[in-house]
Design a protein around this ligand. Structure first.
Ligand code: ADP
Ligand code: ASP
Ligand code: MG
Length: 434
């Protein structure tokens, strides 16, 4: 990530070769009504008429995936992940059909594909599946015939022909994986903000849009909660060096291509050595975290594995982990999980805590949030942690856990102070517009 653009940037090259394969991804808000879908179609048609091969990956219409999941929860509390995916995947299926029809209305040949029809092959981790392979043959024929191909985001198919989904926000990952598999010239992620900002612009009014962000920083920002891009999509972009831009779908769809290619935020693969690097370049937050602590755990070899093994086995991701100094052979072991996994993680531990692990007690707090400062410039600067801790202290915000890497510092705090912390840190690291 870097500060605002310098006048002549090597990254904002506007040249797109003729007949380039371009992938567009449109999020839920961008697909949120028939009028918006018509606008998406107008934008895609413009690119197609400019001579490019077009692949479009839409999400479900805004609110649709939540609605579908609520229906499932209303029917059953014992949710079977396979059936959840069967239900959740239908949102995107509606979107691809509607968008294809809207394109045809404009006289553009278009063909829709559900994930299994491509096929986009995944593993069988329902609700969090990972893409293993994409078969390009069938879709390539349509592209070669000049059709716009509209592929459902968020979904795939496993080795036993079960429909799978890639995790919430997973349509970005579908788009980047497809762009990588088809060696697309560029992947454009159209969303409801006009790029990647120094913090979520819905929380920080003064957040600044970045012209460019390094893939490494975007990966940290995404994995630390900046949901503007799904984490695994950034991994695909980095691994396959896919040229990726985040931009707004809410602009005039007739805007000239050149202007569109200058807008938004471009992800880059190298640090720009010619510009002064910001020490901290963004503040990320993850609201829905939960903390679980096992008190009085016997401090013996293998205890961490005994605690976290069953959690991993249940496909629950663990984030921060802290083990205290032991006192009289016993220690406290604390970790965080996504709030949606909190009840399941507690159940697993309560089932094994007294018997196998021998801890005194399991306690938890499902209302905590993580706030992080990110920046590749941190590598060469000291004092970031102390600025962060001082700022939070001045606001009276208690830090519950801390974790660091070369380019980020994260703290776990009470959820009710999350927005205050993001704003205060954004200011403390001088990230505001100005
Ligand atoms: P889509 O439905 O298009 O995939 P998302 O809601 O998943 O859109 O992601 C876009 C949202 O990400 C924005 O509306 C914004 O609130 C949020 N966001 C969080 N952090 C950032 C950031 N650093 N820069 C831009 N947007 C951010
Ligand atoms: N529709 C899915 C969701 O709401 C996937 C996405 O929007 O990227 O999570
Ligand atoms: Mg998204």
């Amino acid at each position: 990530m870097r500060r605002d653009a310098a006048p002549s940037q090597p990254f904002t090259t506007l040249l797109i070769p003729a007949m380039a394969l371009i992938v567009h991804k449109y999020g839920g808000t961008s697909m949120g009504s028939i009028e918006r879908i018509r606008n998406v179609a107008l934008r895609v048609a413009k690119w197609h008429r400019a001579g490019h091969q077009m692949m479009v990956v839409p999400s479900a219409m805004a609110g649709e995936t939540n609605r579908l999941l609520e229906l499932a929860y209303a029917v059953s509390v014992q949710l079977e992940p396979r059936e959840l995916d069967m239900i959740a995947a239908t949102g995107e299926q509606i979107s691809i059909g509607l968008l294809s029809l809207a394109l045809k209305e404009l006289g553009v040949g278009a063909r829709s594909y559900a994930g299994w029809q491509v096929p986009i092959k995944t593993d069988s981790t329902f609700t969090k599946a990972r893409i293993i392979e994409i078969d390009c043959a069938r879709v390539q024929c349509d592209l070669d015939a000049g059709q716009v191909v509209v592929i459902a985001g968020f979904q795939g198919v496993d080795g036993e022909n079960n429909i799978t989904t890639l995790g919430r926000g997973g349509s970005d990952t579908s788009a980047l994986a497809l762009a990588a598999a088809f060696a697309a010239h560029e992947c454009l992620i159209y969303t409801d903000v006009d790029g990647v900002y120094t913090a979520d612009p819905r929380i920080v009014d003064q957040a600044r849009r970045l012209e460019c962000i390094t893939c490494e920083e975007m990966l940290e920002m995404a994995s630390l909660g900046s949901k503007v891009l799904h984490t695994r999509s950034v991994e695909f972009a980095g691994k396959y060096r896919v040229k990726t831009r985040v931009l707004s779908s809410l602009t005039d769809p007739a805007m000239p291509l050149e202007e569109e290619m200058q807008s938004g935020t471009l992800m880059t693969f190298e640090e720009d050595k010619t510009m002064e690097q910001a020490v901290v370049s963004g503040i990320a937050h993850q609201r829905d975290e939960a903390r679980i602590a096992l008190l009085g755990v016997p401090d013996t070899p293998g205890i961490a594995y005994q605690i976290l093994g069953p959690i991993a086995h249940a496909h629950i991701d663990v984030d921060m982990i802290v083990q205290n100094q032991s006192v009289q052979g016993r220690t406290d072991f604390t970790f965080t999980v996504a709030r949606s996994d909190y009840a399941r993680a507690l159940d697993i531990l309560n089932a094994s805590v007294k018997t196998q692990i021998g801890a005194h007690q399991v306690v938890g707090d499902p209302k905590v949030s993580k706030v992080s400062a990110v920046g590749v410039g941190m590598r060469s600067h000291v004092g970031v942690a102390s600025t962060m801790f001082r700022t939070l202290a001045e606001e009276g915000i208690n830090i519950q856990m801390i974790s660091t890497s070369e380019i980020k510092i994260s703290v776990l705090i009470d959820e009710k102070y999350m927005e205050l912390a993001v704003r205060a840190l954004h200011k403390a690291f001088a990230l505001e517009r100005g």
